[in-house]
Design a binder for this molecule. Structure first.
Ligand code: GTP
Ligand code: SPV
Ligand code: MN
Length: 582
């Protein structure tokens, strides 16, 4: 089925191991997609939603034990454990392969094996990379078709270029005891068994485009990041692009398609990507970025016509919903959507608030990015888009200001490396615990964070027109537990300040931890946020920061010899400056 001998030999080898009844090479066509959907409707893997209100929309209810990424079962298998670093779970590659071969042995008996060639990034971009995912899941095929450039054009590129990332996936028996997501970055290979959930099963996404790609990016001199890419157009028609890294379920999709508030007439926002960003230094010394993905796998809860009207507008046709609730007339529903009432919860049971939320907190929608009303006409540009600002951000109910700017690239890398955020439902485990999540990459860096920070620092020598680096926090809470900042579309006010800093038309208040806006420079016209609240959001609590800096120092030290001395030095400067200002 292909002229690429390595690929056909690998497919044969996998088929001998997994013993499917038949092998299907995916071409990505409409007909093929239709037959996947029909198969899943027959098996019950998909349920038809209300086709009048939501044409082409389906619901998938996953196994209740399989609803999120499983970080404790995700491994980076390198020959030397130090390459993976303390930020990853490590397993010896030979041991991991033996374990996985035993699981894959005969696992596709009675099933069809699908071969999915895909391209991450615009099909003709030199920045794009291809992969092939082998899976026994039609749900994976249907999702990969939206999330990547999948099928014939990708296979043609693989045949032209030769190289591809190998991904082998089987849903297996969904036994959490027999679930593993293994990465072999030295061999550009992924093996995933026992889960059908997004980040565990759609291997182009986190497994390839972040874990494997970040490893490749380090050796090849580029960056693979957990970032949205958005273009902001001012009333003069000039567009500036921002890349922003927030941890899972911390606001990337929302920022990527924000609608500017009425106080910003003539401003427009253009969506390039909402989750992953590959960046490279251009000949002009700027960083240029592409979105390797072609679709959104977005968080449903909280999405409404008030918070994210662009998302809602694209969710009424040709979307797959996973683990949402349904209304009496079979429309998809989730907490925060609207005032309709759910009748069936995400498990398909009659909704009873005593059993928890109707939609799973990590319920998701899959939809092609081209359906987004704010889809950028530069999203397919082969060279990518030039980045003016990099924004880091976390979910912190206290301490961390609404926005600050780094003093230099090196200080910006420190801001990224010392990020922390409350855990969310995007991964299994406790929710709401603050943990270090450098550059929002804790679950996704395919190698040692110490080396990753050095790689980030090295860009100071690689490029002379680097973007400015900022840190934001939309999630501060008051004493009553309410969000202090209105967020969502109103985040435009912070973006406005960031862009004015990039242009050199706004001043700053220099503090030890970073440069903050002057009072009055974050516009509050048109919202009822009092100036005192903004002031509180921009305060620097010296004592609490001194404690935070100590924790950051201890965290950086966990990476031992791999932790770049330049970061420790930068941190000492911040501490000294904080001490001097006390
Ligand atoms: P992943 O897809 O997991 O990587 O998540 P993401 O970073 O794209 O997060 P997303 O934009 O989907 O937002 C996650 C949750 O945070 C949703 O419930 C949003 O409604 C909520 N959220 C997003 N932006 C804001 C904001 O500015 N303020 C507040 N309070 N909540 C927000
Ligand atoms: C995330 O968890 O950051 C997501 C969803 O974007 S997943 O595809 O599962 O990684
Ligand atoms: Mn994500």
């Amino acid at each position: 089925m292909t002229s690429n001998e390595t690929l056909s030999a690998w497919v044969d080898e996998v088929a001998r191991l997994t013993r499917p009844d038949s092998v299907h090479w995916c071409d990505g066509s409409e007909t093929e997609n239709r037959s996947m959907v029909n198969l899943m409707l027959e098996s019950g893997d998909l349920l038809e939603l209300n086709q009048e209100t939501h044409p082409g929309c389906y619901l998938h209810r996953s196994d209740p034990s399989d609803v999120a990424r499983v970080e404790h079962l995700t491994f980076v298998c390198t020959s030397d454990p130090e390459t993976a670093g303390p930020n990853n779970h490590w397993m010896d590659p030979a041991e991991a392969r033996a374990k996985m071969s035993a699981l894959f042995d005969g696992c596709m008996e009675g099933r069809t094996m699908y071969v999915i060639p895909y391209c991450m990034g615009p099909i003709d971009s030199p920045l794009s990379r291809c992969g092939v995912e082998i899976t026994d899941s039609p749900y994976v095929v249907a999702n990969m078709r939206m999330m990547t450039r999948m099928g014939a054009p990708a296979l043609a590129r693989i045949e032209r270029e030769g190289g591809f990332v190998r991904g082998l996936h089987s849903t297996g028996d969904l036994d959490p005891e027999r679930r593993f997501i293994m990465h072999f970055p030295e061999d550009l290979e992924i093996q995933s068994f026992g889960s059908g959930y997004g980040g565990n099963a759609l291997l182009g996404k986190k497994c390839h485009a972040l874990r494997i790609a970040s490893y490749q990016a380090r050796t090849e001199g580029w960056l693979a990041e957990h970032m949205l890419i958005v273009g902001i157009e001012n009333p003069q028609g000039e567009v500036r692009y921002i890349a922003a890294a927030f941890p899972s379920a911390c606001g990337k999709t929302n920022l990527a398609m924000l609608i500017p508030p009425e106080s910003y007439p003539g401003w427009k926002v253009w969506t390039v990507g909402d989750d992953i960003c590959w960046m490279r230094v251009g000949e002009d010394g700027r960083l240029w970025a592409i979105n390797p993905e072609a679709g959104f796998f977005g968080v449903a809860p909280g999405t409404s016509k008030d918070t994210n009207p662009n998302a809602l507008a694209m969710l009424n046709r040709d979307a797959i919903f996973t683990n949402v609730a349904v209304t009496a007339d079979n429309q998809p529903w989730w907490e925060g959507k609207d005032d309709q009432a759910p009748v069936k919860d995400w498990k398909g049971q009659d909704f009873d608030p005593a059993n928890g939320p109707a939609a799973h907190p990590n319920s998701r929608f899959t939809v092609p990015i081209s359906h987004c009303p704010s889809y950028s006409d530069q999203a397919e540009a082969a060279q990518g888009v030039p980045i003016s600002a990099i924004v880091f951000g976390g979910r912190r109910e206290s301490l961390v200001p609404l926005v600050m700017e780094s003093k230099s690239w090196r200080h910006g890398v420190l801001l990224g490396a010392s990020m922390a955020s409350e855990t969310t439902a995007a991964a299994t485990g406790a929710v709401g615990n603050v943990r270090r999540d450098p550059m929002a990459m804790k679950p996704f860096a395919g190698y040692n964070f110490g080396d990753y920070w050095s790689h980030w620092l090295s860009f100071a020598e690689r490029a002379d027109k680097l973007p400015r680096i900022f840190h934001v926090n939309w999630f501060r809470k008051d004493a009553d537990g309410r969000f202090m900042w209105p967020g969502f579309g109103e985040n435009m006010r912070v973006i406005d300040w960031i862009l004015r800093r990039c242009e050199g038309t706004a001043d700053v208040r220099e503090t030890a931890i970073g440069n903050l806006p002057l009072p009055g420079d974050v516009r509050l016209d048109g919202i009822d946020t009092p100036p005192e609240t903004l002031q509180a959001l921009l305060e620097v609590d010296q004592g609490a920061w001194a404690a935070e800096l100590e924790q950051i120092a201890a965290y950086l030290q966990e990476y031992g010899d791999h932790s770049p001395p330049a970061l420790a030095e930068e941190l000492r400067n911040v501490s000294a400056s904080l001490g001097a200002s006390q």
